[in-house]
Design a protein around this ligand. Structure first.
Ligand SMILES: Nc1ncnc2c1ncn2[C@@H]1O[C@H](COP(=O)(O)OP(=O)(O)OC[C@H]2O[C@@H]([n+]3cccc(C(=O)O)c3)[C@H](O)[C@@H]2O)[C@@H](O)[C@H]1O
Ligand SMILES: Nc1ncnc2c1ncn2[C@@H]1O[C@H](COP(=O)(O)OP(=O)(O)OP(=O)(O)O)[C@@H](O)[C@H]1O
Ligand SMILES: [Mg+2]
Length: 246
């Protein structure tokens, strides 16, 4: 794993150089995936790396955890609170659609959550532009395979260094890099609504998805869920669908 980490760091430097850019930026949530990426970019670009902590109606504990990540790797950071921005934007959408009697209450929870992810993406690109940095994503192999990310939200990035690493390998990497143990062992969550955990929402576990990706046997029920999530999310791993040239 040490060798793979070194290769990833070299790969990050090469991609930034090839793009003619200066460094890299990542959103730091207080979860393990972004903690690993923060450590990687700090090692790759000691003086040209940046983390953004972007609370958006978030549990205050997330910010505390994100600051622990910052402390553990020493990356520069800014805190940009998006709660008010989200309230104004999503509030206006809700008001207009309600006035026309077209507001879909059931769809609203996910719409609200995905808007948070897309506001974070917008913020990352605006700040990246200021410094001439590339935006680095945090998706691991399990999230990528199942499409467990917001299209053009946390999925809207320039580089995806962890995309071939299972969640288990990301944990292994985190220990080597020096991510605090409490960040490594806490339940993965998108923090998109109160009490949300990835595994509750997906209906299977990262251990099962990791096993499936390694070609190991998994219970029929988990296999079905993983394959359904994968089938449903092809569009997220592709460019926007274009018609043939008429
Ligand atoms: N077949 C198709 N071809 C082309 N486009 C298609 C499509 N089906 C849907 N779409 C489009 O895609 C949209 C649905 O995709 P999307 O907007 O991503 O929304 P969706 O996949 O429904 O939701 C995002 C999922 O990712 C999870 N998430 C989000 C952010 C962070 C994390 C985390 O782990 O931290 C997890 C979140 O909890 C939720 O389960 C539709 O509204 C539609 O515009
Ligand atoms: N409050 C936040 N501030 C900054 N970035 C955030 C915030 N919330 C989410 N993100 C970004 O969105 C990404 C996707 O979230 P996701 O939950 O998959 O990863 P994680 O929190 O790093 O790890 P875990 O899956 O263990 O929770 C994060 O890695 C991070 O880059
Ligand atoms: Mg998280």
């Amino acid at each position: 794993m040490e060798q793979k980490i070194e290769k990833l760091i070299t790969w990050l430097r090469e991609r930034v150089q090839e793009a003619g850019m200066n460094g890299a930026i990542v959103g730091i949530s207080g979860g393990i995936d972004s903690a690993v990426v923060a450590h990687l970019i700090k090692r790759a670009f000691p003086n040209n790396s940046l983390g953004l902590i972007m609370p958006c109606k978030s549990n205050p504990k997330d910010k505390e955890d994100a600051l622990k990540v910052v402390q553990s790797c020493g990356v520069d950071y800014h805190i940009i609170d998006l709660t008010e921005t989200h309230r104004v934007l999503f509030g206006e959408i809700e008001k207009q659609l309600k006035e026309k009697g077209q507001w879909n209450e059931q769809a609203a929870r996910l719409g609200d959550a995905n808007t948070r992810a897309r506001l974070r993406m917008t913020t990352l690109y605006a700040v990246a532009n200021n410094y001439g940095y590339l935006v680095v994503g945090t998706d691991n192999a399990a999230e990528w395979h199942t499409g467990y990310f917001t299209k053009y939200g946390d999925g809207g990035v320039d580089l995806v260094p962890l995309v071939h690493f299972t969640k288990g390998e990301v944990r292994e990497m985190a220990r080597i890099l020096g991510v605090p143990e409490e960040i490594i062992t806490k339940a993965p969550s998108a923090g998109l609504w109160e009490g949300q955990t990835d595994e509750n929402e997906m209906g299977t576990t990262y251990d099962m998805i990791d096993k499936y990706l390694k070609g190991e046997p998994v219970p029929e029920r988990d296999r079905e869920i993983i394959e359904r999530l994968h089938e449903r999310s092809h569009h997220k791993r592709q460019l926007a669908i274009a018609p043939p040239k008429f």
